[in-house]
Design a protein around this ligand. Structure first.
Ligand code: SAM
Length: 239
């Protein structure tokens, strides 16, 4: 079992979707112009690090995506097994594989990757995989914590109550570094958006579950790893 599986196996994000899911779909609609929702039906969409397919289920329910055009990839076979077992996701294409090294032999109009890039010390391989899976007019939306300063932060944490090894998952890569690598593939960040919760959240029993706090620089997320960060989305297209 992968170290973070315990969160996704215990939460019912199918029936209680995360608030960020609707923010992500709004972002997609804004960036696909004024084309009305039926347009989405014919688009091929990949969610990298899809967990149990909760966001894909949200896409299917909210915008009536065609399930055959939805793809999910995660390196946890436990999570993918659960996704495959879930009746609500019948017809969706799920694969077990690493975001740093996968080949689905197809290209996508839309690629989402949420809360995943922070697992990697070097983001080059993941960006290479995104490039090879993104269609010429495709859009990739990478969401997570990033550093505005040109400093790449690599972290390891051990959440003692849940596992006993030091694990990755909370790196904060410099947006500058990401942009530099994207440019080698003729990709670029065309916009950056910030996600805000619509309510005040509080610390939970698990110190690695983030909550929001008011700071003199606005509302930020924090957690038991002493991090203070924004959740932002990098909107990426070919240039
Ligand atoms: C923080 S969770 C986010 C899940 C989902 N994207 C969401 O936003 O609800 C990170 C996910 O990435 C997956 N993951 C971590 N490292 C991965 C890798 N190298 N390749 C593919 N998936 C990975 C984990 O199994 C987990 O499902």
């Amino acid at each position: 079992m992968k170290h973070q599986d315990y969160i996704y196996l215990s939460e019912d994000y199918y029936n209680k979707p995360k608030q960020i899911f609707s923010y992500l779909l709004d972002l997609l609609e804004q960036n696909l112009g004024s084309t009305p929702p039926p347009f989405f039906k014919s688009k091929k969409l990949l969610d990298i690090g899809c967990s149990r397919g909760e966001f894909l289920y949200f896409c299917k329910k909210s915008l009536k995506f065609d399930t055959n055009l939805l793809y999910g990839l995660d390196y946890s076979s436990n999570l993918i097994d659960e996704a495959i077992k879930f009746d609500g996701l019948k017809g969706v294409n799920f694969s077990v594989g690493s975001a740093e090294n996968f080949n689905l032999n197809t290209q996508f109009d839309i690629v989402f990757m949420t809360g995943v890039l922070s697992y990697f010390d070097d983001v080059s391989d993941t960006i290479k995989c995104i490039d090879s899976h993104l269609s010429p007019n495709g859009i990739a939306i990478i969401t997570g914590g990033f550093n505005d300063a040109d400093v790449d932060l690599i972290t390891r944490y051990r959440n003692n109550r849940y596992f006993n090894t030091f694990e990755p998952g909370w790196n904060m890569h410099s947006i500058h570094t990401i942009r530099k690598i994207l440019k080698t593939y003729k990709l670029d960040i065309i916009d950056i958006k910030t996600f805000y919760l619509s309510f005040n959240s509080i610390p939970q029993e698990d110190p690695c579950r983030s909550w929001n706090i008011q700071t003199e620089n606005g509302v930020k997320f924090t957690n038991g790893m002493s991090l203070l960060y924004d959740i932002r989305s990098l909107i990426i297209k070919r240039v």
